[in-house]
Ligand binder design. Structure first.
Ligand SMILES: [Cu+2]
Length: 125
């Protein structure tokens, strides 16, 4: 009985934290989509890397880096934020040889937290 009550109380507390407007307005950014997708195997080298977040992110301190399997950075160091969709960052890359690559990203969310993450893809012509 008491355990159930505690569980329900915690559940409703989580619900409140997740959906109360002060929190959702100042959201913590989470990557929701990427192109290439995480763990994708591509037969053709992509021309750019796209990363989307669940909310717009800060225009400062944004970074995307593409690293090959030897640890060399291979992107063109030209990260951009889409003008009309601040949740979308992208950078261009040169034609990549067959290898597996790690994309690392760093952004500042609207709630001022720094968010970093990574995903991988493989080019295999
Ligand atoms: Cu946060």
């Amino acid at each position: 009985m008491t355990a159930d009550y505690t569980k329900n109380f915690l559940k409703s507390l989580l619900f409140t934290v997740a959906f109360a407007s002060p929190f959702s307005v100042f959201a913590h950014a989470i990557m929701v989509k990427s192109q290439p997708e995480q763990n994708a195997t591509l037969t053709v080298s992509p021309k750019q890397i796209d990363v989307w977040f669940n909310d717009k992110v800060g225009s400062e301190y944004k970074a995307i880096a593409v690293i090959d399997s030897k640890g060399n950075r291979v992107d063109n160091k030209d990260v951009q934020q889409e003008m009309l969709d601040g949740s979308h960052l992208y950078c261009t890359i040169p034609a990549l040889p067959a290898d597996s690559y790690t994309v690392r990203y760093r952004v500042v969310s609207i709630d001022t937290h720094i968010v970093t993450g990574k995903f991988q893809f493989t080019v295999k012509p």
